[in-house]
Design a binder for this molecule. Structure first.
Ligand code: AMP
Length: 126
């Protein structure tokens, strides 16, 4: 169950369907803990999504309920994908949206990896 009184994990969400192979994705990396693929609506020259294999709605769930192995494996996968894409020297941004104010659309925890240009301010003014 998710924490914070949020809805339970929905196995029909689009990333769950990608994990099950029911919907195609442009996979660039996969291991025991994570799957990485290109965002369908890129906001930067490089815009990759990295998702854990476990059923976590958001960062809130993952950080509270993920096992040490899941958290470590997923975090290492994020760093590895960025490295493999050659983003370390120019730099990159890792971001996760959580809940309504975070602007989360897909209720399976994911991080966005952005790169390929200078990314400007962290959060738009206003
Ligand atoms: P968020 O607002 O953090 O939940 O972001 C969800 C992201 O998923 C958005 O950037 C979408 O463009 C992306 N997205 C939605 N459906 C797909 C899909 N089938 N393949 C790849 N990216 C997707």
């Amino acid at each position: 169950m998710p924490i914070s009184g949020l809805p339970p994990y929905d196995d029909s969400n689009i990333f769950a369907r990608i994990l099950r192979g029911e919907i195609p994705s442009t996979k660039i990396y996969e291991d025991e803990w994570a799957l990485a693929f290109h965002d369908i609506n890129p906001q930067a020259p490089v815009h990759v999504l990295i998702i854990p294999k476990g059923r976590y709605c958001s960062f809130a769930d993952f950080s509270a309920q993920g096992s040490e192995a899941e958290i470590a494996g997923f975090t290492r996968a994020v760093g590895l994908v960025a490295r493999q894409l050659g983003l370390e020297v120019p730099g990159y941004r890792v971001l996760t949206n959580m809940g309504e104010h975070g602007g989360q659309e897909v209720p399976h925890f994911h991080v966005h990896l952005f790169g390929g240009r200078s990314l400007g301010r962290m959060v738009p003014a206003g």
